[in-house]
Every structure is written in C-alpha cells, then in structure tokens.
Write a protein that binds this ligand. Structure first.
Ligand code: FDA
Length: 312
C-alpha cells in the first residue's frame, strides 16, 4: 500500500516543472551531489568515465542519454543528434558499445513516423559500428506502439536491437510468447510506472510471481535474455533455476541500475555471471531520478542528507 502511494507521489513530483528546474540547478552542482549516486553526470564524457570504472570491475554497461516526453519535432531531432554524437563518442572511447533509449525522447508523442525515422538514423550509425540498442519500455500507453515499431524494425532486418517487458502488466506474458517466437532479446523488468488495476497487478506479490514465471521462461527458452532486477530473492531463484536446468552462465545476463546494489553486482560477477549496469546520464535526469526515489522511499533520506550537506 505504502509502496503504491510512494510511487504515485514521486510520479507526480516527476511531472513538476518547477521542481525539475530547481533540481537541475542544484542537483548536479557538486560531484558529491545527491543525484550523482544514480546518474553518471550530465556530459557524455562523465558517462564514459563512469563506464570505465565499471568495466574495471568487470561489469558490462549500457548508456542511456536521459530525456523523455519531448513535445515537438525540434526537440526530438535534437535528441537524435545527441544520440548520434554519443555513438561517435563511445566509438572513440573504446568502451563497450551498448545503448538504451526511449521512444518518447525521439518524438513518438508528436509524430510516429518521425520517431521511427529518428530511431532508424540512430540504428544506421550504431549497428554497423557493432552497437546493441535497447528500446526501453515506458508507461502502458506506449506498450503497443513500442512492440509494433520493434517488430517492424525486426522485419526490416535490424537484429542488434532489444525490447523490454514489464511483469506488472497482465498482458506481458502473452507479449513474451510473441517476442520469443520472433527471436527477440528481451529485458525483463517489474515496471517503473503506476498503472491502473484493469491492466496491471497492484500487489507486489503478484508482480513478483509474474516476474518469476516470465524469468523462468526466458532463462530456458529466451534469446540472450536480461534479468533486470535488484531483488535478491529473485536473483537467488534465477541462480537456482539455471543451475538445475544447466543453463550456461553466458546464455543470459543480470542487469541493474547505476548506483543500486553495487554489492550484489560485484558478488554476481565474482561468481562468473554476466552483469550489465544501466548508466543514465544527461541534463534531463529529474524524472528518472524521481522514479528511483519512488521505488525505495529509503532513498529519500539519502537525498535529504545530501541536500543538508549541500547547504552546510
Ligand atoms: P523491487 O522494487 O522489488 O526491489 C527489490 C530490492 O531491490 C529492494 O528491496 C532494494 O533492496 C533494491 N532496490 C530496488 N529499487 C531500488 C532503488 N531505487 N534504490 C535502492 N534500492 C533499490 N522499468 C520500466 O518500466 N521500463 C524499462 O525500460 C526499465 N528498464 C530498466 C533497466 C534496468 C537495467 C533495470 C535494473 C531496471 C529497469 N526498469 C525499467 C525499472 C524496473 O521496472 C523497476 O522499477 C526497478 O528495477 C525496481 O524493481 P526491482 O526489480 O529492482 O525490485
């Protein structure tokens, strides 16, 4: 109950323009600032530096240029140009070539065809350079269109792309069957958005049970699946399942968010599992940051300590 209330509260805050402005002004000002625990920085070079530190710890990475819900085509084109620049910077740096992006950042709310064009432009530069590009899943308003665009690109021969499914949505188990039949690489998450009960499980127990069912299906019949969770009990279940079924450790990967459960990330790597860290960066960090706070209200005290420290 409290979990749901916190999620709703922080999702409302995420939409506040005033807070966003304030946070952008103060949040990243100092290297030890409160947002830096979860966001690698504002500039691509900061993300690359963070990626190097992760790679030294034998972690894999995916870079996410933060930004979502653009409201006009100019912003969508600007985001696309920024992504192209990120591709170039990553190639130059020599770090692993793996990106995550959101369709609302590329203009899906403004014009679907332009958003697809923008995504194509990014893929045309990234795929020949050996990148893998994951299309993040946003709220349920975008599930159909995201899967549809993914399938269209797939049918046009794009293979270095992947999709995300959210166990919170009742429809996702059917979507998983559809994606597995396609041969698509799925990242499984619980779901970061507050959704109505008509289409989504409301009890954490139900979300977790669906996650476990989908995870087991992916681990035995998925295509290089990504088990994206920080939930230690779920990770234990995955480890037991792959052990019992003799699933090779390089047939799948765990994924976690930058700055969350670093202890668990290190432990899994030391046991020989693949672990990929999602590294968000960029000036538009506020909505992402609010979603992370909503998932775990204990993070709020961490933030408050950061703010108080900032004023001293
Ligand atoms: P759960 O919320 O049950 O938490 C289990 C435990 O994990 C907690 O008890 C705590 O120890 C730790 N934990 C979880 N969140 C934490 C936090 N914010 N701070 C500190 N500790 C925390 N969602 C989505 O809708 N679309 C997407 O495309 C993606 N993409 C994505 C990529 C990757 C790599 C990850 C790891 C996650 C996503 N998500 C996502 C987010 C996902 O849907 C979900 O909201 C979060 O991962 C939190 O859920 P958990 O599975 O971690 O478990």
């Amino acid at each position: 109950m409290l979990d749901r209330a916190a999620k709703t509260f922080f999702q409302l805050l995420a939409r506040s323009g005033t807070l966003k402005k304030l946070a952008s002004r103060y949040g990243m000002r100092r290297s030890e600032s409160f947002a830096r625990r979860f966001i690698a920085g504002e500039a691509v070079q900061e993300a690359i530096d963070a990626a190097r530190v992760l790679e030294a710890r034998r972690l894999r990475l995916t870079l996410d240029l933060l930004g979502e819900s653009v409201t006009n085509l100019e912003e969508a084109e600007a985001a696309t140009r920024q992504y192209l620049a990120v591709v170039d910077a990553v190639v130059q740096s020599g770090i692993e070539r793996n990106l995550s992006l959101k369709l609302t950042q590329l203009g899906i709310d403004v014009d679907k065809a332009s958003a697809v064009d923008n995504l194509r432009k990014i893929l045309e530069r990234a795929e020949p350079a050996g990148f893998f590009v994951r299309v993040d899943m946003e709220s349920s308003a975008y599930t159909d269109v995201t899967l549809e665009i993914f399938e269209t690109l797939w049918s046009h021969g794009h293979r270095q792309i992947g999709v995300v499914l959210q166990s919170a949505l009742r429809r996702s188990e059917a979507d998983l069957t559809r994606m597995n039949a396609l041969g698509a690489r799925v990242r499984l998450v619980k779901g970061a958005y507050k959704e109505p009960k008509t289409i989504a499980y409301q009890d954490k127990g139900d979300v977790d049970a669906a996650y476990e069912r989908m995870m087991k299906t992916l681990l035995t019949s998925g295509h290089s699946p990504a088990i994206a969770t920080h939930d230690p009990a779920m990770i234990d279940t995955a480890r037991r399942w792959v052990h019992e079924r003799h699933v090779a450790r390089d047939a799948f990967e765990f994924q976690m968010l930058y700055g969350i459960r670093r202890d668990l990330q290190t432990m899994l790597v030391s046991e020989g599992y693949r672990v990929r860290v999602y590294v968000p960066f960029g000036r538009e960090w506020f909505p992402y940051f609010m979603r992370r706070l909503g998932e775990r209200p204990a993070n709020v005290s961490f933030v408050i300590r950061g703010i108080v420290g900032e004023q001293r």
